[in-house]
Ligand binder design. Sequence first.
Ligand SMILES: NC(=O)c1ccc[n+]([C@@H]2O[C@H](COP(=O)([O-])OP(=O)(O)OC[C@H]3O[C@@H](n4cnc5c(N)ncnc54)[C@H](O)[C@@H]3O)[C@@H](O)[C@H]2O)c1
Ligand SMILES: [Zn+2]
Ligand SMILES: [Zn+2]
Length: 362
Amino acid sequence: MQKFTDNETTGMTMKALVYKGANKLALEDRPRPAIKLATDVIVRITTTTICGTDLHILKGDVPTIINGRILGHEGVGIVEEVGHDVSSFHKGDKVLISLITSCGRCSFCKKAMYSHCSHGGWLLGNTIDGTQAEYVRIPFADTGLYLLPPDADDEAIVMLSCILPTGLECGVLNGQVSPGDIVAIVGAGPVGLATLLTAQLYSPAEIIMIDLDENRLKMARSFGATKTVNSSDGKAWEQVMSLTQNAGVDVVVEAVGIPATFDLCQTIIAPGGHIANVGVHGKSVEFHLERLWASNIKLATGLVDAGTTPKLLKMVLSGKLDAKKLVSHRFKLSEIIKAYDTFSNAAKEHALKVVIKNEGAV
Ligand SMILES: NC(=O)c1ccc[n+]([C@@H]2O[C@H](COP(=O)([O-])OP(=O)(O)OC[C@H]3O[C@@H](n4cnc5c(N)ncnc54)[C@H](O)[C@@H]3O)[C@@H](O)[C@H]2O)c1
Ligand SMILES: [Zn+2]
Ligand SMILES: [Zn+2]
């Protein structure tokens, strides 16, 4: 089997959001993708969204992205065309697209490490064209798509492509959140808030949310944070220590992706605690072993495997997890540059997750 690199096309065109180099994006007419391998499906996107990772891409933090790449790894849509070897999906099915492509057969897939699949991993909007377009080609569709009821709410479901499994797997499960724990989450963006929502499934005693953005902290309190810390005065460390009677926290989740926030995690972790890094980092960080070598801490890193998606999907469909409350703004695909501006200026715009609908689907 081969690694996927490029799309075949149909001769028809579509609108797509294209990365044009650091800090440059354009909405362009691009060739519509066609089936390339028998395991592919073509999905007509109805709803997509923008991830904090797309903002890291824009900053130039993700070196695998080439000039000309269609961005986006989150989406809900309708199956348009099905490859011969796809057995679970048919034209007209409504589907959730997972950000992770997995063959289901390689040694990493057998270990449920789908993000390291030898023939897949995080491809969409990274090493192959993504979902911020009218159509997308999904390799290994049988494992990368989830069938939805026709009346499923696109806006709630699209939160399952990336942020909810990321918060649960890279934050809560890697951090081993347990009943009674004091948990801190650095970063109250959509991923930090998804971590907050899913951490509550494990009954921690306290969840302290840390951010610079007062609006996002207010949302965090309404989503179940027991305490919030605004770190814009540079004194988050003192505030967290005072909130924990100088003990520090049992679990800290880094959901920003810059050296300063990784640093903060190292200063507030209690002996025996777990640091779970979720943020995508474009710069190296300092790891303070001179302080931490005797602290019995555990550090976890990871790209989401999205193995928890089926479970989370059931929770969202049954109403046990209210994913739609993460949505703050709505745009049409023709307005996607404005959507990026809004999401990049989240504090000013009071933005959480911005959803983008294809014209035909609005
Ligand atoms: N590991 C994975 O598999 C995975 C998957 C998805 C996203 N991510 C990463 O998760 C991170 C969060 O994603 P998001 O969509 O929530 O991004 P986002 O950009 O919307 O949110 C980041 C938040 O961090 C806050 N912040 C910035 N500087 C800060 C500081 N110095 N102190 C405290 N808070 C600060 C911002 O105000 C913002 O609310 C990103 O790095 C993203 O790339 C990782
Ligand atoms: Zn993402
Ligand atoms: Zn695999």
